[in-house]
Design a protein around this ligand. Structure first.
Ligand code: HSE
Length: 402
């Protein structure tokens, strides 16, 4: 692919697709052109001429002259079909679809090996932050012990707006959507699914293990109320939705949960749509990578960097995954995840009966008033799975760090 203009077939022209188009036009270094844009909605008003668009995916997948297929659509099932077809045709693929990647990782890993093609996806986690390539390449021989990060821009934006401007959760969510940070289905953001999918990808490249999204806990901020922000503020803490993974003695503790973060933490000042991932290694100790985690141009820039990487035949080496052998498949990862341990949490509720949804091991503090009730308690981690994807629960849970 060297020394010639790269021919791109693009699926999707939403927030990130438009971002890629803009940064591609403004960037100086890369000789690349989107030769066809495939989109779904014929009636949507778009910023470029209609003659650029096709509504038939065969107009891209059926072509033999494209160097790369870039997949930036919302629907994860359609995306998986597009990406697998392109790979089977021997075409390199760039995607930012974390849901599609996390839900089908073993299959996509196999397709890369079988068809000898690259599938790269820097834009899928941390937006503009070059985290995946760094975990894969820079930390390839480093014994990483943990990663902890803010990997969802929408929820961080909502939490910051509630924290600094006293906005209600609903108003802050609306602003996050207007700014193009949120997923088409914002439940994926607020319930912690988007962060979960990104965590699954980070774990592949940090620890060489493929976990299934259903086996990893995610609890989001959908039940947060201003009282929780007041509680944090009073104690000079901030609430952050963290994606967390720690590897110890061949066991991985992994989850997405709201946390109270203190001023001493590097993550305390990561606000609005900014993301940051702190990695800890045996030799390097703690390091943090930070940047804009959502939005049209920041994510478009990560996608552009992936396209550019293909010009020097870059592909992920999956060294850690290969080293782990059988454990490098989702099936082989059974038993790797630490499934139960006590976790100290703040739990806010209206109806005391709701606490029965969790297995509470011991209560350290209890507060009741006409406005709000909470306990600070040690909870069985396993029982927090009762809150995963649960639209009926009223509980807001936030990890209290010792
Ligand atoms: N909805 C995602 C977020 C977009 O808010 O972080 C970037 O992946």
């Amino acid at each position: 692919m060297e020394n010639k203009e790269i021919q791109i077939g693009l699926f999707g022209f939403g927030c990130v697709g438009q971002g890629l188009y803009d940064v591609l036009n403004m960037s100086q270094g890369l000789e690349a052109r989107i030769v066809k844009f495939c989109v779904k909605d014929k009636n949507k008003k778009r910023s470029i001429d209609a003659s650029n668009f096709t509504y038939d995916k065969e107009d891209i997948l059926g072509r033999k002259d494209l160097d790369v297929v870039v997949e930036l659509i919302d629907n994860a099932n359609d995306a998986f079909e597009i990406v697998s077809r392109a790979m089977k045709n021997g075409v390199n693929v760039v995607t930012a679809n974390k849901k599609m990647l996390a839900e089908n990782f073993s299959e996509l890993y196999k397709l890369q090996q079988e068809n000898n093609v690259a599938l790269i996806y820097e834009g899928s986690a941390g937006g503009s932050i070059p985290i995946i390539r760094n975990l894969e390449e820079y930390y390839d021989n480093e014994l990483l012990s943990s990663l902890s990060g803010i990997v969802n821009g929408s929820t961080n934006y909502i939490l910051s707006k509630m924290q600094f401007d006293n906005l209600t959760y609903e108003d802050a969510l609306r602003e996050a959507q207007e700014n193009g940070f949120a997923e088409a289905d914002p439940w994926l953001d607020v319930a912690g699914y988007d962060a979960l999918y990104k965590l699954i990808l980070l774990i592949v490249h940090a620890f060489g293990v493929i976990l299934k999204p259903e086996d990893v806990l995610n609890v989001g901020i959908q039940n947060i109320r201003i009282h929780d922000i007041y509680f944090a503020r009073e104690k000079q803490l901030r609430i952050k939705l963290l994606a967390y993974a720690r590897k110890e003695n061949d066991k991985i503790r992994a989850y997405v949960l709201p946390h109270f973060v203190s001023r001493e933490s590097e993550l305390f000042n990561v606000n609005y749509e900014y993301n940051a991932i702190e990695v800890e290694g045996a030799f390097s100790d703690k390091q943090m990578l930070a940047g804009k985690g959502a939005g049209s141009h920041p994510t478009g820039s990560a996608v552009l960097s992936d396209i550019s990487a293909l010009t020097y035949n870059y592909r992920y080496g999956y060294k850690k995954l290969k080293k782990n052998g059988a454990n490098g498949t989702a099936e082989g990862a059974n038993g790797i995840v630490e499934d139960d341990f006590p976790l100290k949490c703040y739990i806010r509720f209206s109806n005391p009966e709701s606490l029965k949804e969790l297995d509470i091991l011991s209560i350290e503090e209890e507060y009741r008033s006409a406005k709000t009730n909470y306990v600070i308690a040690n909870v069985s981690f396993k029982s927090l799975f009762n809150l995963k994807g649960n639209k009926d629960t009223e509980l807001f849970v936030c990890v209290v760090e010792d």
